[in-house]
Design a protein around this ligand. Sequence first.
Ligand code: NAD
Ligand code: DAU
Length: 341
Amino acid sequence: MNVLVTGGCGFIGSNLVKYLRKQRPQWKIVNFDKLTYAGNLENLKDLEGDAQHVFVKGDVNNREHVEHVLRQHGIEAVMHLAAESHVDRSILGPEAFTVTNVLGTQVLLEASRAVGLKRFLMVSTDEVYGSLGPTGAFTEESPLQPSSPYSASKTAADLLALAYAHTFGLDVVVTRCSNNYGRYQFPEKLIPLMVVNCLHDKPLPVYGDGAQIRDWLHVEDHCSALLLALERGKKGQTYNIGGGAERKNIDIVKGILKRTGKPETLIKYVQDRPGHDRRYAIDPTKTKRELGWAPAHTFEQGLDDTVTWYLENRTWWERVTSGAYRQYFDSQYKQRLSSAA
Ligand code: NAD
Ligand code: DAU
């Protein structure tokens, strides 16, 4: 099969491309990525010389180019991951999120319809459901109540994809997963940011009281679910993917301090994220039952492996956080630390 993965140079995308090459060696994977700050070809250096992995630099908002690539490579399925993915950035500048996440998805859906694509897998997020109270978990039937410009843009894209199935008969499957962690995550998200700060002996900015809860999913478990959803998912259906590892942010931060041998005095409580979702938890029953999926990683082992990877791959994270993006980090970081909670 010939598969187009959009955003295949980002965190989840690069893990997915490598996972697909391993699990389905006969498939051709065309990796379509704009290489924004979050996209990095170095994430795929293991695939150098692999003729079944084709990288195309491109923007999902460019209809002509997208359709050309779909036709040129005889693409049968699209796995759509390309997005602006960071909630804090969506609060600082929401426009790019609407452009890429909403309009870019629309362009891909239209191009897919035009070429008669066999399957469109839309990688959405549990953030479409908004925030939970202290109990319960999101099911596929939970109401959609996105809070941030990021999650609103992902909700629009998710619903557009489902509308294309309903209205035009496009074979769409939607997945909604919880917070991923693992190798090659850009150090703006909680886990890699805290690891990198620890290694620099810099304060760790914990938003608000640090008691917000996320349900952590190892990126490789996410990849296995995505392949199953692609192959076994039913047209027009959504599937929740969660690691069953609810943790408070502050406990994650303390776990990273312990693993890096740094003191808890590095913790600095700072002003909360505006509109901060309090708790996410996924009920993945449907995905387990219908797709036969089960996560293979425990959170503690996964975090051990992730921290070790960042310790051993300093050159990678030093490089991706240098240059123009150093400025973004430094200014955001200073601002956060000056706004103690
Ligand atoms: P990421 O920010 O690490 O990577 C995004 C990738 O998309 C980058 O390679 C970037 O270059 C590319 N991209 C951005 N704009 C593009 C455009 N206009 N055209 C082509 N490529 C473009 O993101 P991630 O964390 O790997 O997330 C991947 C997907 O999974 C996103 O759709 C995100 O919403 C979703 N998701 C992520 C998580 C998570 O915890 N990271 C959880 C749930 C859902
Ligand atoms: O739930 C899925 C979502 O998970 C994905 O759709 C998003 O693409 C992904 O970025 C992630 O969103 P979050 O906002 O949950 O992830 P982030 O790593 O930015 O933050 C995790 C939690 O940690 C959140 O409660 C905010 C908090 N936090 C984050 C940072 C960066 C801090 O306390 N301090 C920080 O410096």
